[in-house]
Design a protein around this ligand. Sequence first.
Ligand SMILES: Cc1cc2nc3c(=O)[nH]c(=O)nc-3n(C[C@H](O)[C@H](O)[C@H](O)COP(=O)(O)OP(=O)(O)OC[C@H]3O[C@@H](n4cnc5c(N)ncnc54)[C@H](O)[C@@H]3O)c2cc1C
Length: 257
Amino acid sequence: MTDTSEPTDGWDVVVVGDGPAGLTAATFTARHDLRTLVIGTGDSILRRNAHLENFPGFPAGVNARLLLDAMRDQADRAGATVRSGRVVELTTADDGSDVPGFVVGTADGDRVETRYVVAATKNETDYLAGLDVDLVDHGKTFVATDAHGRTSLPGLYAAGRLAAKPHQAVVAAGHGAEVAVTLLDDDATPFYHDWVTPAGYFTGRGREVPPGCEEIPDAEWRERADDARETMQRYLAEPHPDGPEQHPSVVERDDGE
Ligand SMILES: Cc1cc2nc3c(=O)[nH]c(=O)nc-3n(C[C@H](O)[C@H](O)[C@H](O)COP(=O)(O)OP(=O)(O)OC[C@H]3O[C@@H](n4cnc5c(N)ncnc54)[C@H](O)[C@@H]3O)c2cc1C
């Protein structure tokens, strides 16, 4: 990976997996100025969905590939770096301190250092094999977590389906957000809520704007609303080029005929 955006002293957060859980977790950590890298193979299971009808905010449903593109762009706009790649190894970076640290190895031979890892790879756990992290087998392999996505290894979190959450896109995305907020909290990053409010919402009551929150004046929220409308119009101007992906065993059967 040749990338000039690589921080010289490593990343704060590497998110492994670019489905709804990973991309949402990255959006939250990046919005709070943790240097966040997402590494993913781009094959979220959601790509198989034919039409996504239970994700909030889309009364007539949404093309799941389009939603994934939008989530990726949102993580990018929040300040995360999103790269294609397969993570094949995760090891702890033993620097003798109490601060967590990891080295993330990819299939193309790159190594990146990070303080925290959010694993969001559905049932893919091979890259965790070298770590002392508790897994759970329910027919498929999941990572054992506490109620907020912390694994048995400090600094390593699991989000979405990998953490055995219900197999629904909105749950995975919501859990990604919850895990990210837990990470921010564990990191002692000053954080109250990730809220954007009208000017005066806090200061008009004599309060400081809490960490993580932003007050914006009328002109600013109108500008952002215009940008949002134009952005969504661009997304929806043409049908998305990608249709649903078929189950691999069905594809194999078709090929055999
Ligand atoms: C046919 C079908 C239809 C569905 N329809 C719906 C529906 O209508 N409504 C609904 O709510 N849910 C639906 N789902 C479920 C939904 O897709 C999942 O619950 C959701 O995608 C889980 O999100 P996740 O981020 O945990 O995992 P995923 O979306 O699978 O994301 C995991 C990511 O990890 C990446 N990855 C894996 N291994 C590695 C690695 N070693 N290195 C780097 N990256 C890696 C993958 O590329 C992928 O992007 C459907 C699922 C299927 C199969």
